[in-house]
Design a protein around this ligand. Structure first.
Ligand code: ATP
Length: 333
């Protein structure tokens, strides 16, 4: 296994904030956005980086790109100190901010790519090859001559992802890459990211509020809260820590008494022929589905994921706000 590609050792970021408290009075306050965070990501890993609003995720990503300088600790990406050698690092990283585009709003999509070709000094052959591949994989062919402001959110996101990858970055930071997308666009973006990771070995750090992004893409998830690392391990462990549940919604042919499900699964609601069963989110739905399909007149079913904020809140509550990484990964020093 490769050595750590992203390395944070007790990294801190403290902001000085001045707040007006009276006509002439200003109060100075310090916000500890990132509070002694340590973790490593080996080359080729795809990791989820999640936490409630204001937890410090964007601040971490900004430090990883070199936009912000840490107030303390040591940070390296590909052996480079991002804030000292930001432009050298820029050639090796890609960034997608879901809520903000890096494309030129009034220009056709292809013109943004041409500008990036020059900005990153991508050799002509490599640019053509990468552009061709990205246009094909992200289905951008018909959109290249359309001004960015006329693209739908899903199209714009795919355009942004291509822009972040034109120069073959070794690591990509994705901040909410599926936010606001419909189900089909989400599936396309996820499929593309999976391929990018498995085929190119690109290292991916993914920030999201969508638990399915994590479930479908990341074998590892890190949770931060108030700037501190609270969990670092598999998603199943996060569900276990918070004892979170998923809901199986079952449509039967007719109204029936509550389904006799094997514990801990249980019926939590019945409305006519529709029944709702809660079961541990860390478990697979397959055995429960198989049993119901075998024993009941089943018409349809679907699984509802718990909300990411709810999972985190339950986990933090169960931990009593004490950081508790699972044994296989030590995170806080
Ligand atoms: N430039 C800044 N000046 C002062 N405080 C800041 C600055 N940037 C972020 N903060 C504060 O640092 C904390 C962490 O913010 P950050 O944007 O990193 O959180 P986040 O986890 O990305 O949140 P969200 O999910 O809402 O984007 C917040 O309290 C925020 O108000």
């Amino acid at each position: 296994m490769d050595t750590a590609f992203i390395e944070l050792d007790r990294v801190e970021k403290v902001f000085d904030v001045r707040k007006k408290t009276g006509f002439l009075k200003r109060e100075r306050r310090q916000v500890r956005a990132v509070d002694s965070i340590s973790f490593t990501v080996p080359r080729g890993e795809m990791v989820g980086y999640i936490g409630p609003n204001g937890a410090g995720k964007s601040t971490t990503i900004k430090m990883l790109t070199g936009i912000l300088t840490p107030s303390g600790g040591r940070l390296r990406v590909a052996g480079i100190d991002p804030s000292r050698e930001r432009s050298r690092l820029a050639h090796r990283i890609g960034v997608v901010f879901g809520q903000r585009t890096t494309l030129w709003w009034d220009l056709p999509l292809i013109d943004s790519y041409r500008l990036m070709h020059r900005m990153y000094r991508i050799p002509d052959g490599r640019y053509r090859e990468n552009l061709g591949r990205l246009v094909e994989l992200l289905e951008l062919g018909e959109l290249l001559d359309v001004p960015v402001r006329q693209l739908s959110l899903g199209q714009r996101m795919r355009g942004d992802i291509a822009a972040a990858l034109l120069h073959d970055p070794e690591v990509v930071y994705l901040d909410e890459p599926t936010i606001g997308l419909d189900v089909v666009s989400k599936a396309k973006v996820r499929e593309f990211l999976r391929e990018l990771n498995t085929e190119n070995g690109t290292t991916v750090l993914l920030t999201t509020h969508d638990l399915q992004d994590i479930e479908q893409l990341c074998s590892r998830v890190m949770v931060i809260d108030h700037g501190r690392m609270m969990y670092d391990g598999p998603l199943a462990g996060l569900h276990e820590a918070g004892e979170s549940e998923r809901i199986l919604v079952v449509d039967l042919e007719r109204e029936l008494p509550p389904i006799e499900a094997p514990p801990p699964a249980r019926v939590v609601k019945v409305e006519g022929p529709r029944q709702w069963l809660a079961f541990p989110a860390s478990a697979s739905a397959a055995p429960l589905v198989a049993r119901i399909a075998a024993e009941y007149p089943l018409v349809d079913l679907s699984v509802r994921e718990p909300d990411i904020e709810a999972v985190i809140a339950k986990m933090l509550h169960s931990m009593g706000d004490t950081p508790k990484p699972p044994p296989e990964r030590a995170t806080t020093a």
